[in-house]
Design a protein around this ligand. Structure first.
Ligand SMILES: C[S@@+](CC[C@H](N)C(=O)[O-])C[C@H]1O[C@@H](n2cnc3c(N)ncnc32)[C@H](O)[C@@H]1O
Length: 392
């Protein structure tokens, strides 16, 4: 296996890695699907002209995207046409998305739709100027443009996370300003942008505890065991965290204030989105007195949670392992073993006693009017895996 003499300037490269392919993300993104559902109220009252363009920035394999597009095309007027644009990184599994496209059907029989795919980073311009009526980005704009720096051998994991967070704060701010500037050029005056994005969980501060940390730790423990067995390179955990940054409401607004284009935020609300597997496990466990059967349901929950996190982490883990010299086929096998170890750790570490994210009542923020003479209305629905807010 390659000995890793890291040259950080070489490694700061744009992220090109998408979600786990072969429909895996679609099958394991139930929580993101709920976040999508939580943003649907933001579509209420929207009306479109006879020739409308809708763009999903970061559509992935389409489960959530197609559902939103269906809501939009259901509003089309008689004899109208709509272009439905699905954007994601070129490495995205667009095949799985394509299979879902026939599900989108206008309710109005004389309306016509034209789905198309634009494989490109949303940190580039995706659409021509002033061409988009409604853009949406669900669980996607917390993805940064560049890969994070890898962890150095000399750093403890805590040190690494601290340094990474400092770097991410600046980089994610720049990225968000850029994203909003680009969308500001593409979205027509009076057009809308809907965003759903994770925001920080107030985990533990108010007595609510989630299993989120335990889930991530379980995955790392799986890797550590495999490293200790010589199955993975010693630095196998060094660059496997996806390039994401969770914005606070303040940091989101700070980026908005810096955009060249002007936006008006119309609505914002926050919601914690719990993974549906947790209440499902509790319900199943409540139906039995048998502790062994309760344990089985706990294991099923652990399995779903590890599959859920893997749908996002796996491509980053494998890409890094392969870069470090692991054979691609072996990386598949080792990944499966790692996931199995993580499932066991999540159970043994008590992760099954907590929801991955938690529910609390919908919290409505005040409406903001940021600028005068704005050229677009800004609709943001931020919701997510941990806690969330929506602006519309
Ligand atoms: C967590 S998934 C969300 C997918 C989907 N919107 C949903 O709600 O389930 C994030 C998506 O953003 C995409 N993405 C990340 N960075 C991107 C970029 N720079 N340009 C376009 N898409 C990007 C990823 O490839 C991935 O498909």
């Amino acid at each position: 296996m390659k000995n890793n003499n890291l040259n950080l300037s070489d490694l700061r490269q744009p992220n090109t890695i998408a979600m786990a392919g072969a429909n895996n993300y679609n099958e394991n993104s139930g929580q993101q699907y709920l976040a999508m559902g939580a943003s649907l109220p933001l579509l209420e009252g929207l009306e479109f002209g006879l020739n409308a363009t809708f763009v999903d920035y970061g559509c992935s394999q389409g489960a959530a995207s197609v559902a939103v597009m269906q809501h939009l095309v259901a509003r089309l007027r008689p004899h109208s046409v709509a272009t439905l644009v699905f954007n994601d990184l070129p490495s995205n599994d667009f095949d799985s998305l394509i299979k879902l496209l026939p599900k989108i059907r206008p309710t109005e029989p004389t309306a016509k739709i034209y789905p198309c795919i634009i494989p490109s980073s949303f940190y580039n311009s995706v659409m021509p100027p002033d061409s988009v009526d409604l853009g949406f980005a669900l669980s996607s704009i917390h993805w940064m443009r560049q890969m994070p720096e890898p962890k150095l051998d000399t750093q403890s994991f805590e040190e690494y996370l601290r340094v990474r967070e400092i770097h991410n704060l600046a980089a994610a701010h720049k990225d968000l300003v850029e994203f909003l500037d680009l969308r500001g050029q593409e979205i027509k005056q009076g057009g809308k942008l809907i965003v759903a994005v994770p925001c920080p969980c107030v985990d533990d501060n108010d007595g609510r505890i989630t299993g989120n940390g335990k889930l991530r730790r379980a995955l790392f423990r799986g890797m550590e065991i495999l490293i200790s067995q010589g199955r993975l390179p010693t630095n196998a955990t060094a660059r496997i965290l996806p390039p994401t940054h969770v914005h606070t409401e303040q940091s989101f607004l700070a980026a908005l204030n810096e955009t060249k284009t002007a936006w008006k935020i119309e609505k914002v609300y926050s919601r914690v989105i719990p993974h549906q597997a947790y209440p499902a496990m509790l319900e199943a466990q409540n139906k039995t007195q048998d502790p062994e059967i309760k344990k089985i349901h706990g294991k099923e929950y652990a399995s779903k949670m590890v599959d859920f996190i893997s749908a996002v982490f796996k491509p980053f883990m494998q890409a890094w392992w392969i870069e470090q010299g692991l054979d691609r086929e072996i990386s598949e096998q080792v990944f499966l073993e790692c996931a199995e170890l993580a499932k066991i750790d999540f159970v043994n570490g008590g992760g099954v006693n907590y929801p991955v994210a938690q529910d609390y009542p919908h919290r409505a923020f005040d409406s903001y009017s940021l600028t005068e003479g704005y050229s677009q209305n800004f609709m943001v629905a931020t919701s997510g895996f941990e806690s969330s807010y929506c602006i519309a």
